[in-house]
Ligand binder design. Structure first.
Ligand code: F6P
Length: 324
């Protein structure tokens, strides 16, 4: 293998740049030519591909976002789009790919590998942490800390005014950010897509809590089965029927996707990037390089996207016990 290319795809996450840097420098260390593909699969189709050098990735380890840009490509889902992408890679002599992204990225990479056989290793880049085959994904730790900082601030004003706050965090299909920021922020409740939310139970507990606490924080993952934080707040307000109680909603949104990556995310990203390149050199393909129990592990794309990653049961128990 002489030439490899790296790209980022799907929702960006803090630490993607640290991962790109590790891929480029590990590739160069092992004597490879490294290329960067811009705008994910879109750039592969458009031929937006440039050679990268060690200096191309200087001064980015600490930056959020992705210098290679990211996109979700509808055209890559078509056989015609993938054919164009293959022809562009073939013309440049690219023999291996590193795909940094989440389940959508790996779904595309798996199909592409099966059709055209260009060896591909992935790195788990998503704030959602919903990828099987790695304990944590690149960007998750930063997103949790961003949410936590906001929750701490909301807690101050919630307490000052004796209010009940619903804080919506990201997580369309997964509650990892909600659970960890909820534990760290001392939330009274956490609502996640993985478990059924019992509204009557929430209302009952809130009424009980109000005998000892005057303010509460409820962290809601955006994909909760009952709806958005705004919708849930309205339902709870309706059931509590207390004109003296004030209910507020804060949606944190995309601030969770940006910002400087934490040390943990930079280290994880660097390890995954190095492992992806060394995996390609060793002949690995159609799999993701992740870190489980401190060790690098390679998991087939099929398992990364096909296997659900459950929340840690102890984390859910912690929220129940510590909120009384
Ligand atoms: O996949 C990460 C994620 O942040 C989800 O939690 C969220 O629902 C989604 O991306 C939003 O994506 P976009 O901003 O690209 O619409």
């Amino acid at each position: 293998m002489k030439k490899i290319a790296v790209f980022t795809s799907g929702g960006d996450s803090p630490g993607m740049n640290a991962c790109i840097r590790a891929v480029v420098r590990t590739g160069i260390f092992h004597g490879l030519e490294v290329y960067g593909i811009y705008h994910g699969y879109e750039g592969m189709i458009e031929g937006d591909i440039k050679r990268m050098y060690s200096h191309s990735v200087s001064n980015i380890v600490q930056r959020g976002g992705t210098i290679l840009k990211s996109a979700r490509s509808a055209e890559f889902r078509t056989p015609e789009g993938r054919k164009k992408a293959y022809e562009n890679l073939k013309a440049l002599g690219i023999e291996g790919l590193v795909a940094i992204g989440g389940d959508g990225t790996f779904t595309g990479a798996k199909v592409f590998y099966e059709e055209y056989g260009i060896p591909t290793v992935g790195c788990p880049g998503t704030i959602d942490n919903d990828i099987y085959g790695t304990d944590y994904t690149i960007g998750f730790d930063t997103a949790v800390n961003t949410a936590l900082e906001a929750i701490d601030k909301i807690r101050d004003t919630a307490a000052a005014h004796d209010r009940i706050f619903f804080v919506e965090v990201m997580g369309r299909d997964a509650g990892f950010i909600a659970v960890e920021s909820g534990i760290g922020g001392g939330a009274e409740f956490v609502m996640v897509p993985e478990t059924k939310t019992d509204l009557d139970q929430v209302v009952k507990s809130l009424k009980n809590l109000r005998k000892t606490k005057t303010s509460s924080i409820i962290v809601v993952a955006e994909g909760d089965d009952l709806g958005s934080a705004e919708e849930i707040m309205k339902m709870v307000k309706e059931k509590i029927k207390d004109p003296n109680k004030e209910f507020k909603v804060t949606t944190l949104g995309h601030i969770q996707r940006g910002g400087k990556p934490t040390a943990r995310d930079r280290v994880l990203a660097s390890r995954c990037g190095m492992a992806a390149v060394e995996g390609l050199i060793q002949g690995k393909t159609n799999c993701m390089a992740g870190v489980m129990k401190m060790e690098v592990v390679y998991t087939p794309f099929g398992d990364c996207i096909g296997q659900p990653k459950p929340l840690i049961p102890d984390h859910l128990k912690l929220i129940d016990i510590l909120s009384i």
